[in-house]
Design a protein around this ligand. Structure first.
Ligand SMILES: NC(=O)c1ccc[n+]([C@@H]2O[C@H](COP(=O)([O-])OP(=O)(O)OC[C@H]3O[C@@H](n4cnc5c(N)ncnc54)[C@H](O)[C@@H]3O)[C@@H](O)[C@H]2O)c1
Length: 384
């Protein structure tokens, strides 16, 4: 297949590009490196320094003999997007190329506007270019479980059948996102559904949980092929941050009571899910939605797991409850359905199997690179 990986320099995009390339697909990675610019702006960096994407691709080819094509370009440049789709004519488009941080989107008006403009208009450009040049290609779009928020009912996979005043319909599940970033994903989902219904495009919207993990089979093939791993308060997702804090001997920063409960998955399972979606394309005119998570934990449950794993490696874990910088429920019902990807064949990697060696153990080998000053959240949802 011809597979376009948008956001190919990112945490998830780079391992995905290597994975499909190794399977023998014709892969093109696209990125404008805006994430690297934001890192400089925010004074943060991944745990291990990254080679440029150009060098990583050359190293990949030298190591495996497989090629990955590269296009440097911004999805906001609609001419670039049209040209790309016209000349590459992808069968599948895996779209990761968005600003993915909720705190960043809440830092200021400018950053909220940047996030929504980048994410929503980038995706809109892509939809129009698909309509023009490859209307039968399958769009696999990364959304987030955060689109749903934390309703007091079970969360269905994308759609809910409702009986109202004696009539029945199946409608998009209500969305109650918790940041301007999450809102950008909600807007994307509505635009994608509309494009499928109106133009007959086909898409799978993957409402992904919080991703953790450092390694995939491909990143381990050679030093230098690793992916961007963030642990700071802006881009680091909660479990990644906790593991680095444990190794650094810093307390795990729990926001508020720690009863916040979310869906999680291993980075290897992100790739597995995207692969399953690619192999099982939506029908023409269909917008499928899968809830992409494998396990559900509260923040406090995560601290306990890190504590137990740390002990096995001789690390004593401390916990610090700090004022919650976000506006979110700290105790709530949470029961997201997530059976559709399992039905397609997903075999989850469980957190308990990777926490000790593949996460905390790995981080110990690069302990001296940790920047302790980036753990503390400085961005508040509501200034007091
Ligand atoms: N990491 C997670 O836990 C998680 C959870 C749920 C959803 N997601 C979603 O998955 C996707 C990938 O996440 P990630 O953690 O790999 O993020 P990332 O920031 O590491 O990767 C995104 C990449 O896209 C590029 N990009 C952004 N805007 C672009 C544009 N306009 N044109 C071209 N390139 C652009 C960035 O430079 C970056 O390399 C994002 O859409 C994110 O919202 C991630």
């Amino acid at each position: 297949m011809k597979i376009l990986v948008l956001g190919g320099d990112g945490y998830l995009g780079w391992p995905t590009a290597m994975y499909f390339s190794r399977l023998g697909h014709d892969v093109m990675a696209v990125d404008n490196f805006v994430k690297r610019r934001i890192e400089i702006e925010e004074g943060i960096e991944p745990l291990e320094p990254l080679l440029t994407l150009h060098r990583r691709i050359a190293l990949w080819e030298a190591t495996t003999g497989h090629k990955i094509r590269l296009a440097v370009g911004d999805l906001l440049n609609h001419r670039m997007v049209y040209d790309l789709l016209e000349h590459f004519t992808p069968d599948a488009i895996i779209h990761y190329a968005e600003q993915p941080s909720a705190p960043y989107s809440m830092e200021s008006r400018d950053k909220a506007v940047f996030t929504q403009h980048n994410n929503v208009i980038g995706t809109l450009n892509l939809l129009f270019a698909m309509k023009r040049h490859c209307p039968e290609a399958h769009l696999i779009k990364l959304g987030t479980m955060g689109e749903y928020g934390t309703p007091n009912i079970d969360i269905e996979e994308g759609y809910i059948t409702i009986t109202h005043n004696g009539r029945v319909d199946t409608l998009p599940f209500p969305k109650q996102p918790g940041s301007f970033y999450h809102l950008s994903k909600v807007h994307d989902s509505a635009n994608i559904l509309f494009a499928c219904r109106t133009w007959g495009l086909r898409a799978t919207d993957l409402n992904q949980g919080v991703v953790y993990g450092i390694e995939t089979d491909e990143t381990k093939l050679k030093p230098g092929l690793h992916t961007a791993f963030h642990y700071d308060a802006v881009f680091g997702t909660v479990l990644n941050r906790f593991c680095v804090q444990a190794v650094a001997g810093a307390p795990l920063t729990v926001y508020g009571s720690g009863g916040q409960t979310r869906g999680f998955l291993n980075i290897r399972d992100t790739i597995q899910c995207v692969d399953l979606a690619t192999q099982n394309p939506a029908d023409i005119g269909e917008c499928r939605v899968y809830n992409q998570l494998t396990e559900v934990f509260s923040v406090l449950e995560l601290t306990k797991l890190v504590e137990v794993a740390g002990k096995k490696l001789g690390i004593e874990v401390r916990i610090d409850h700090i004022a919650n910088p976000r506006v979110e429920k700290e105790e709530h019902y949470y029961n997201p359905k997530h059976t559709k990807l399992i039905d397609l064949g997903l075999k989850p990697h469980l957190l308990s199997d990777v926490l000790v060696e593949q996460m905390i153990g790995h981080i110990q080998t690069v302990r001296d690179q940790i920047n302790l000053s980036t753990f503390k959240p400085t961005i508040k949802w509501r200034e007091k």
